[in-house]
Design a protein around this ligand. Structure first.
Ligand SMILES: Nc1ncnc2c1ncn2[C@@H]1O[C@H](COP(=O)(O)OP(=O)(O)OP(=O)(O)O)[C@@H](O)[C@H]1O
Ligand SMILES: [Mg+2]
Length: 225
């Protein structure tokens, strides 16, 4: 039997007095693509932030319960180790762009993870081709459109090949042509043995999911597939 890649046990989260997640459980194995839907404000992004340790490291929140990544308790995984295992595309891509060129942006996490220079250069080329932005290599990410910024963040994250991919409305501003190209790549990525958890308001983007869960009042209300 396959081990759980992500194992969430009795997770509760509140911001000050406001309860967001209430005793939530989720187990995800390799090759699964979990879709999470739910009305605005129900806590989808907050859940993603817990799974990649942004809460409580960067955003304050009171968490109880346990999250295990490959059977290792999140409490024992330092924030620096997270990008080795988990890639996250956040709802607002601008919050993930820090550098003055696309090339530097894509290289950053790979450099932090001590990839070989030649491998970094190869993956920068591949990434720019993937998102059809080869000629933007030395451009400023801040000057791109919202859709291009989302594509760039996706490319940055995929370049490091994390085993767990968290996508928070990652396609919301991407044009249909690029969605048609990238979404099958995400499906293929999972089928190769990785794990994807994606939030999306557009039901058609969730068609690649192996399970779709609806978050309501702090917990999942059902398995809709
Ligand atoms: N850092 C924070 N501090 C306090 N409250 C917060 C914080 N982040 C989110 N909230 C509140 O917690 C609730 C859940 O927010 P969250 O962003 O997780 O919802 P969501 O399901 O992702 O919504 P959307 O579909 O609009 O993206 C909302 O009421 C939001 O205002
Ligand atoms: Mg959200």
């Amino acid at each position: 039997m396959l081990n759980n890649r992500v194992n969430i046990q009795n997770l509760s989260l509140s911001y000050k007095d406001k309860k967001i997640l209430d005793n939530l459980n989720l187990q995800v194995k390799e090759k699964e693509i979990i879709g999470i839907q739910g009305i605005s404000g129900c806590g989808k992004s907050s859940l993603i932030h817990c799974i990649c340790k942004i809460i409580p490291t960067l955003i304050n929140g009171n968490i109880t319960g346990d999250i295990y990544i490959d059977d290792e308790n999140m409490d024992d995984i330092s924030i620096e180790q997270i990008p080795k295992k988990i890639g996250v595309v956040m709802q607002n891509p601008v919050t993930q762009l820090f550098f003055s060129t696309l090339e530097d942006e894509i290289a950053f996490t790979m450099e932090n993870l001590c990839f070989e220079k030649s491998e970094i250069l190869k993956r920068i080329d591949e990434s720019l081709e993937l998102i059809d932005m080869v000629e933007y290599r030395n451009c400023d990410p801040q000057k791109l459109s919202g859709g291009q910024q989302q594509l760039l963040v996706l490319a940055c994250v995929l370049a490091t090949r994390p085993q767990i991919l968290l996508l928070d409305e990652a396609f919301s501003q991407i044009d249909q042509g690029h969605k048609n190209k990238i979404i099958p790549i995400i499906k293929d990525y999972a089928q190769k043995g990785n794990t994807v958890i994606m939030i999306d308001h557009q039901r058609e983007n969730l068609n690649i999911c192996t399970r779709i869960l609806t978050l309501e009042k702090g917990n999942f209300i059902g398995n809709n597939l």
